[in-house]
Write a protein that binds this ligand. Structure first.
Ligand SMILES: Cc1cc2nc3c(=O)[nH]c(=O)nc-3n(C[C@H](O)[C@H](O)[C@H](O)COP(=O)(O)OP(=O)(O)OC[C@H]3O[C@@H](n4cnc5c(N)ncnc54)[C@H](O)[C@@H]3O)c2cc1C
Length: 372
């Protein structure tokens, strides 16, 4: 028997494992080794409300807005992790959300007011101020919201260093897919074999819904297949994380000079014969064409690689805590922008499981809202 069994070895489960192992617990991670968002993501540290999410899910705007303090804590958690892992190319030079029309700028103005009331460091930039700060932007951009809390990191480096840190602490990794859970004083997870533990933590993103159903929770976690691109290296000029108020684009430049381009363009859901999500040609062409319109200087760079992965946005709010009062099965599911939120979500959930003081108040994120 292990002290803590973690289902899901993405960034959320890994940080939970790190915290637990550092506290002296014996930890096993069991992972299906398929379609982790953590292995597909773009490394943006999001804090301001993403207009794409608001546009697609207007009914979930309150969930996103009430989670803003968690995003601020999440960036602090990543900074601590950057130091703990010996550097993951994290920079916090701020994020720009771009506007092309007066109506878009007005939308950002109103959004920035709400965010400032939640403690975010935001400012609306007019055309001159914006182009002085980001001279590589197209002339068609009329202004932007600058959020100084935002940043970026290199997920390839972070994932590699995280795995090495867990190996050094003796965390056990098992390849299996969990299909059932029995709750109790010593809960048991069932896959190809049974795993008993003092506590189980579900950090399985798109796989969490099926497990939650067995615990009486009506939590649905449909995966959202998304498209990404990365270019060859160019001169390092784009220091900010860049998004648009209305158009589907995020872009950022790694210190290597490579530009990572995404923004929610759709990919194909995995099928039985292809276990990973597939690329849509229209997304590849539309996404990079839009990027070159926003930042014309990158238009000459060749795209080196495109890929697709599973995002799991759920209801725009993290789910953190025991399945029910007194349960020894805990959830650690980040809300929208789950790579940003993964470490704080994992640390908070595992603190509850181990009886440690959580870094944030978990009450607003309790799984109780999913009780049918
Ligand atoms: C293309 C793309 C770009 C993104 N870009 C960003 C970004 O820039 N910034 C940001 O903040 N977020 C981004 N995201 C979102 C982010 O990647 C995810 O929300 C985050 O990585 C989720 O981490 P996780 O550890 O909770 O889950 P995951 O990393 O998804 O890991 C879950 C793991 O659980 C395993 N699993 C599932 N079911 C079971 C089961 N039953 N038994 C055993 N194992 C199971 C899976 O195999 C997987 O390994 C992006 C997502 C995508 C797809």
């Amino acid at each position: 028997m292990t002290d803590l069994l973690i289902i899901g070895g993405g960034i959320t489960g890994q940080v939970a494992a790190l915290v637990a192992a550092e506290a002296g617990a014996r930890v096993t991670i069991v992972d299906a080794q398929r379609n982790a968002g953590s292995h597909a993501n773009a490394g943006s540290l999001h804090v301001q409300m993403q207009s794409r999410f608001l546009r697609l899910n207007p009914h979930l705007a309150d969930n996103l807005e009430s989670s803003l303090p968690l995003y601020l804590a999440a960036v602090g958690e990543w900074e601590a992790l950057d130091a703990r892992l010996g550097g993951v190319e994290l920079t916090r030079e701020g994020g720009l959300m771009l506007a092309e029309t007066p109506a878009q700028l007005e939308f950002l103005h109103e959004k920035a007011g709400r965010e400032a009331r939640k403690g975010l460091d935001v400012e609306i930039l007019n055309r001159d101020a914006l182009h002085a700060l980001a001279p590589w932007l197209s002339e068609q951009i009329a202004g932007a919201e600058l959020c100084r809390n935002e940043g970026k990191l290199n997920p390839l480096v972070a994932n590699r260093k995280m795995r090495a840190a867990l190996d050094a602490l003796g965390v056990r990794h098992v390849h299996d897919r969990i299909t059932g859970i029995e709750d109790g004083p010593h809960p048991v997870a069932h896959g190809a074999r049974a795993y008993a533990a003092d506590a189980i933590l579900i950090a399985a993103a798109w796989g969490a819904g099926a497990l939650a159903g067995r615990l009486g929770l009506n939590l649905s976690t449909p995966p959202e297949p998304l498209h990404m691109n990365i270019t060859e290296a160019g001169e390092y000029r784009i220091h900010h994380l860049v998004q648009h108020a209305e158009r589907p684009i995020t872009l950022k430049q790694f210190r290597s000079g490579q530009v990572v381009i995404g923004g929610g363009w759709e990919a194909r859901t995995a099928t039985a014969d292809r276990q990973a999500p597939g690329i849509r040609k229209t997304s590849l062409l539309g996404n990079v064409a839009l990027a070159a319109q926003i930042a014309p200087g990158i238009g000459g760079l060749r795209v080196l690689r495109t890929w697709a992965g599973y995002n799991t946005p759920v209801d725009g709010k993290s789910t953190i805590g025991p399945a029910s009062h007194g349960s020894r099965v805990f959830f650690a599911l980040p809300g929208d922008a789950g790579y940003t939120l993964g470490p704080i979500t994992g640390r908070t959930a595992v603190s509850l499981a181990l009886g440690l003081t959580p870094p944030v108040d978990p009450a607003p994120y309790a799984p109780a809202r999913w009780r049918a």
